[in-house]
Design a protein around this ligand. Structure first.
Ligand SMILES: NC(=O)c1ccc[n+]([C@@H]2O[C@H](COP(=O)([O-])OP(=O)(O)OC[C@H]3O[C@@H](n4cnc5c(N)ncnc54)[C@H](O)[C@@H]3O)[C@@H](O)[C@H]2O)c1
Length: 355
């Protein structure tokens, strides 16, 4: 039997009630408690990695997704797993279920090209969608993780950004549907915590990359790798001296698991990102080296509201979660490049988008 899969033979109820009292405590084959988890946005890039990780750990996972930017193929390897359920659902509509232990809210288009393509739906997803899931958490007396973002800092005037920094955000620009929507979602989380005692956990995710990022998301990692592998010019917006930090998805998943196991009183927000800063130019050179590509670099004007610098201060994550990124840029990029190579071998005409 596959040791990573939860087996029926080790799966029996104990005769004690779970705190949310609708379900018994179930154990998985690792001897741990099998939690019943909802991952909203689970068919997206980060969500699909989280589904995979929690199933391997021995949890039972319901993935809710409307497939706006995600795709069932991202979780196709999991669909036969006995404890995985994929449900097509838009979180702007309520979802009713009992016996849930944890909710991870990752549902929201994450790349500028995707959220600017449907800005009103993006705001509705962050605000109404988060509200619906918080209600579900309240009903179930369960934990709730909100995937917030470094974009709540806007175009920051403080470097690196600690959680105490309130940010520098355009309230009605073309990125506001995302930045302001996510700010409102954080505010809702904290009000559900203060008013109803919901155990909320807010993480502010910084630029994350890895296998299963959408090819057309217009982000620098996917664009550069695909351009390099297809022998096309690497498009650099601005002069390339703006900096970014790059977190590999496995590091993020570890951080998510850690914050979910903190005491109920610990809400965050906590920055999860890689503090190593790279200029875009430096990053492009690294991609050319790792892909062995002979592509050239071409320069184009910077899009509106594009932050010049963004870098997480992860002191709180180190102290409260004993967490810091462990995967080097080289290692993470090698995994990601291998993923895109396979994808191109299967279907060579992958189109990229400009940011
Ligand atoms: N990837 C990053 O670098 C990054 C950085 C900061 C924050 N985040 C946050 O992490 C989360 C996941 O990001 P990702 O990179 O995996 O993006 P993604 O677009 O790949 O995943 C988002 C998922 O949410 C789904 N979705 C969108 N609207 C929905 C709705 N109304 N109802 C149900 N499902 C819906 C999409 O179909 C998709 O599967 C997002 O909330 C994003 O804001 C990501």
């Amino acid at each position: 039997m596959d040791k990573n899969k939860t087996s029926y033979s080790h799966f029996f109820p104990k005769h004690s009630f779970h705190p949310c009292f609708y379900s018994y405590i179930w154990t998985n084959q690792n001897g741990g408690i099998m939690k019943h988890v909802i991952i909203a946005g689970g068919a997206g890039f980060i969500g699909s990695h989280l589904c995979e990780y929690l199933l391997h750990k021995g949890d039972r996972v319901i993935c809710l997704d409307n497939f706006r930017t995600g795709h069932p193929k991202n979780v196709s390897a999991l669909t036969n797993h006995p404890y995985f359920k994929l449900v097509e659902h838009d979180i702007t509509m309520p979802y009713m279920i009992k016996g849930i232990d944890e909710i991870y809210n990752l549902a929201c288009p994450a790349s500028p090209i995707h959220y600017q393509d449907s800005p009103i739906e993006t705001t509705k997803t962050s605000v109404i969608g988060t509200l619906n899931l918080l209600e579900l958490a309240r009903e179930n007396h369960c934990r709730f993780l909100q995937a917030s973002t470094s974009e709540v800092y806007g175009d920051p005037e403080v470097h690196p950004q600690p959680e105490s920094y309130w940010g520098h955000v355009n309230p009605n620009g073309i990125r506001s549907c995302y930045d302001v929507g996510k700010r409102c979602a954080e505010s809702l989380c904290m009000d559900y915590h203060r008013r109803y005692g919901v155990a909320v956990k807010i993480i502010r995710i910084f630029n994350t990359y890895g296998p299963r990022m959408a090819c057309d998301d217009g982000r620098v990692v996917s664009n550069f790798i695909l351009q390099a592998l297809q022998g096309k010019d690497l498009t650099i917006y601005g002069n390339g001296m703006q900096t970014r930090s790059f977190q590999y998805v496995d590091d993020l998943i570890q951080g998510m698991e850690r914050i979910m196991s903190t005491p109920d009183s610990f809400t965050g927000p906590v920055n999860l990102g890689n503090p190593e800063e790279h200029t875009i130019l430096e990053f492009a050179e690294r991609i050319l080296e790792l892909t062995g590509s002979r592509s050239r670099m071409v320069f184009r004007p910077l899009p509106a509201d594009d932050p010049k610098r963004r870098n997480p201060d992860i002191t709180l994550a180190r102290q409260a979660l004993d967490w810091h990124p462990r995967i080097s840029l080289r290692e993470g990029l090698q995994q990601t490049i291998a993923y895109y190579r396979n994808l191109l071998a299967e279907s060579p005409s992958q189109n990229i988008s400009r940011p």
